[in-house]
Write a protein that binds this ligand. Structure first.
Ligand code: FES
Length: 248
């Protein structure tokens, strides 16, 4: 395939960015999107140009590092991570716009790489349990109802990629935060911090400058792991319950 790529280039957080156009030939439909960018970078390096900076790690849809807005959609036209998107989703002759996540809480570091440490700080505020560490306890020592286990597992699938924030017209992080709150709050191991967890994580989310949620649902549509929109309403219930129980 022959493609025209329009890629966001930005030298550093303070420099003005702009779209740069590159023609790329010989792209196989079997390549992943990131492999296609690897080919572009090899060509740029051979020409003595600066390669395009982009984030990635596992390339298996696990780590959440890859984060591109492709033709206006977070992670592109398929409901998957950018690293699991393949070039068969595009046609010969296509023009593809490639941009970083756009959200004020995710400032651009360089080209397509954004700073997502705001998510780390939300997790640090309460996304953990205080059970003593040591050998893994016997799996049946703490019974968990099947419905609760399924609920927790569904929310634990969040890989923290940030597509929910990038897709949201408000730049809100409610889907991410609710996934992290819900998967711990529903389990017995997470119950000692149930109230403080939701209060602290929501407060940190607000402090990081994410926008307010108006339940547009774009987040759940873009989420490559299918975190459902009701995750947000479940967290709102947890938050209301916590404000009644904990006086601050
Ligand atoms: S590189 Fe790890 S999820 Fe895409």
């Amino acid at each position: 395939m022959k493609l025209t790529l329009r890629v966001w280039r930005q030298k550093n957080p303070d420099a003005p960015g702009a779209m740069a156009t590159y023609e790329l030939d010989g792209v196989s439909q079997d390549m992943s999107f990131l492999e296609m960018l690897d080919v572009l970078n090899e060509e740029l390096i051979v020409k003595g140009d600066e390669p395009v900076a982009f984030d990635h790690d596992c390339r298996e849809g696990i780590c959440g590092a890859c984060s591109l807005v492709i033709n206006g959609d977070a992670h592109g036209p398929e409901r998957t991570t950018t690293c699991q998107l393949h070039m068969r989703s595009f046609q010969d002759g296509d023009t593809i716009d490639i941009e970083p996540w756009r959200a004020s809480a995710f400032p651009v570091i360089k080209d397509l790489v954004v700073d997502r440490s705001a998510f780390d700080r939300v997790i640090q505020a309460g996304g953990y349990i205080t059970a003593p560490t040591g050998a893994a306890p016997e799996a049946h020592a703490t019974p968990v109802p099947k419905a609760d286990a399924d609920f927790a597992f569904e929310h634990a699938e969040c890989i923290g990629c940030g597509a929910c924030v990038a897709a949201c017209p408000n730049g809100a992080a409610m889907l991410f935060t609710s996934a992290k709150v819900n998967h711990l709050n529903v389990l017995p191991q997470g119950s000692p911090e149930r109230e403080t967890r939701v209060l602290d994580m929501v407060a940190q989310m607000d402090a990081e400058g994410f926008g307010g949620c108006t339940l547009t649902g774009e987040c759940a549509t873009a989420c490559p792991k299918g975190i459902p929109l009701f995750s947000i309403t479940a967290m709102n219930k947890e938050w209301l319950r916590a404000t009644r129980k904990v006086k601050r």
